[in-house]
Design a protein around this ligand. Sequence first.
Ligand SMILES: Cc1cc2nc3c(=O)[nH]c(=O)nc-3n(C[C@H](O)[C@H](O)[C@H](O)COP(=O)(O)OP(=O)(O)OC[C@H]3O[C@@H](n4cnc5c(N)ncnc54)[C@H](O)[C@@H]3O)c2cc1C
Length: 377
Amino acid sequence: MSVAGRADVGIVGAGIVGLALAVAFSERGLRVVVFDREERPVGASIRNFGLVWPMGQQRGPRWQRALRSRARWLELGKKAGFHVAENGSLHLAETELELQVLREFLELQAPPDFQGELLNHRDLALRSPAARADRLAGGLWSPHELTVDGREALPAIWRWLAAERGVTVLPDAAVSRVAMPAVHTAKGVWEVDRLLVCTGAELRLLYPEVFRAAGVTNCKLQMWRTAPQAAGWRLGPSLCGGLTLLHYPAFSACPSLAALRTGFERTHAEYIEHGIHVLVSQNSVGEVVLGDTHHYGLTHDPFLHERLDQLVRDYLVTFAQVPVVTPSERWFGVYAKLAGATEIIAQPEPGVTIVNALGGNGMTLSFGLADEIAGGT
Ligand SMILES: Cc1cc2nc3c(=O)[nH]c(=O)nc-3n(C[C@H](O)[C@H](O)[C@H](O)COP(=O)(O)OP(=O)(O)OC[C@H]3O[C@@H](n4cnc5c(N)ncnc54)[C@H](O)[C@@H]3O)c2cc1C
């Protein structure tokens, strides 16, 4: 068997998880090769809101991991030459009960170094031109959140890894079989000392038995992007409304959350059924990204559903006003998810580590997680 190349570390998958690991391992002076089956990034990492969202993480190790990722994004944005907006976030509360959950978060759950604050509706108007301050009870401002655009950032990181770290990134190189140290790819057989498998929503080709046994599944999310807003209109902080409080673990221990959930189950049953909560982000060219929905399972229909976009639009106007919400591009993305966990890390055979299922947090947690894995913590 002729060998196409050798490396200390091989990585399968050039999404944000694989690239973050390539950054961390190459920093330690190791020779790294990254294989991806596609010619350029087209997976979950370019289909998202681009939100680096520490706010959603529980205090403790996950919050710390998110802050480490945040620092990495800022550093890489400068080095690799892509935009990173330090625009923070606003959780907008339409009702007193939503505001109470935000208050409880601040008083009982927020990490000690959390720098956000509760705002009344007058201060909301100062923070955000989009918040419908007149009909809101208040909100929670946080300075910790960033916005990137995966379509810009991933190719830039890819180029920077090759140019500055000597990492070999091989596109069009699907990995079909592993028999360590041999990695069989569409571009020949490579030999590596260690292999990291970061194949995102592709759960059926490499080590499917590991994903099946652990209960990893996929989640389909539907969303859209507008054309650049006219006259340079800027969103300011990324926005979300009350439904988001049901979604992120950061709020799960707030005493009033159960009452909020019961209320939403009564008034917003269709939203709960489709896992809808509404996030609003804006990229550096002024396009606004809106969504999203959550449907779980290994097989999904390939269609975009107008009804689901309508539900997002209807909810959006309860807390925010964006000048133009007409889609210029609509799509869905799929990520791998393990219920109750922020990732799966598994060793299916000596020398091989699976790192996957970062769920809706891949942009937020990948760099911090990669540093922990490469550093052996
Ligand atoms: C609509 C949507 C919105 C989201 N919003 C956010 C957000 O705002 N903030 C946030 O933190 N997270 C968000 N997420 C989650 C985040 O995008 C994911 O957690 C993250 O992108 C997962 O990265 P990944 O590298 O595992 O997957 P991917 O980006 O899908 O990369 C996997 C790569 O593996 C390659 N691959 C698969 N099999 C093989 C093989 N056999 N051989 C070679 N290559 C292979 C694929 O081609 C692909 O490039 C969102 C996700 C979606 C879908």
